[in-house]
Design a protein around this ligand. Structure first.
Ligand SMILES: Nc1ncnc2c1ncn2[C@@H]1O[C@H](COP(=O)(O)OP(=O)(O)OP(=O)(O)O)[C@@H](O)[C@H]1O
Ligand SMILES: [Mg+2]
Length: 296
């Protein structure tokens, strides 16, 4: 996490772009002129193959993840969903033995293009992990701003307060923590910690949010709150979620992709499309069996 935050430091937006996308109703007096919010971004993976050493784990996976939509990735354990997700924001290359082929385009621009900085991809394509990972001893307030602090981006007190409130509100946590912003992040419940991590991701204004089983460690109530949060957030940020929970995929996602790695072969997408159709009338018999709990 420290590495990610350190990376982010070099590419954080200027205060102008940082605050441009926040609601203006209670904006503190900023000297900056209002800027247009960035349009929603689409993400496209083209022919992605991936290896760990000689072991190929994905084979020519292509998927378009439309702007302003939640796409869910489903499939049995080990079929390459997390690997695919990590390739979408250049985290796969952190593993020394890892390699890949193919392209990932955000609004048509390849994030792996030699001219594009790694840190740009990580900044515009944020990630929330399975296990909530706030800085436990750091206050809730400072956790939200952690990415900014490391950048040396200067925001005055009012601006920081506004950003913290705005991000916590978007993450669906503000009402629960507004009276204890100085309490440590580690003192929150698991579900609250996960929403704090979402708020921290939002503070650096990503255009895409990747979520790898974000609710798998949470109780049903917290899960529900995160799902509601995602449905709100998708108005501002394109979301890709990995989930083993078939009901969750149906509740939150508009589009769904089913990954499978047949015995001894790399993972690939068997079928993708409209979530409702995938669950009610899948085309492939393997999709039918999986979504009906017959394996995996
Ligand atoms: N760091 C790594 N080094 C070597 N092999 C790895 C590494 N990470 C994943 N793999 C292998 O890549 C394959 C795909 O793993 P991945 O974690 O992407 O699957 P997954 O679909 O996310 O599974 P799960 O549902 O259990 O999270 C597996 O065979 C796994 O063993
Ligand atoms: Mg995984």
């Amino acid at each position: 996490m420290t590495d990610q935050l350190t990376d982010v430091t070099r590419v954080l937006p200027s205060p102008r772009s940082l605050f441009a996308r926040l609601p203006r109703r209670s904006a503190p007096a900023l000297d900056l002129p209002p800027a247009e919010p960035e349009p929603l971004a689409s993400l496209e993976a083209r022919d992605i193959s991936a290896w760990f050493g000689d072991h190929q784990v994905l084979d020519r996976v292509s998927l378009t993840m439309p702007a302003g939509v939640i796409t869910s990735l489903i499939g049995p354990s080990g079929c390459g969903k997390s690997t695919f997700l990590r390739i979408l924001n250049r985290m796969h290359e952190l593993v020394p033995s890892a390699s890949l082929a193919g392209e990932v385009l955000i609004d048509g621009q390849d994030i792996y293009n030699a001219d594009r900085k790694l840190v740009e991809a990580r900044k515009s394509i944020g990630m929330v992990f399975q296990k909530p990972n706030p800085f436990p001893a750091m206050s809730i307030y400072d956790n939200v701003l952690a990415g900014l602090k490391l950048t040396g981006t200067h925001a005055d007190r009012d601006q920081r307060d506004f950003l913290v409130e705005s991000c916590l509100t978007k993450a669906g946590l503000w009402k629960e923590v507004k009276d204890r912003l100085r309490a440590p992040g580690g003192g929150l419940s698991g579900g609250q910690q996960q929403r704090l991590c979402i708020a921290r991701s939002l503070a650096v204004t990503p255009r895409v949010l990747l979520m790898d089983e974000p609710c798998s460690a949470l109780d049903p109530t917290s899960t529900r709150v995160i799902e509601e949060t995602m449905l709100e957030l998708v108005n501002d940020v394109t979301i890709v979620i990995v989930t083993h929970n078939m009901q969750q995929a149906q509740r939150v996602s508009t589009q769904c992709a089913f990954f499978l790695a047949a015995q001894g072969t790399p993972g690939a997408i068997v079928e993708h499309g409209d979530t409702e159709a995938m669950f009610s009338e899948p085309i492939d018999a393997r999709t039918f069996d999986y979504v009906n709990g017959r394996f995996g």
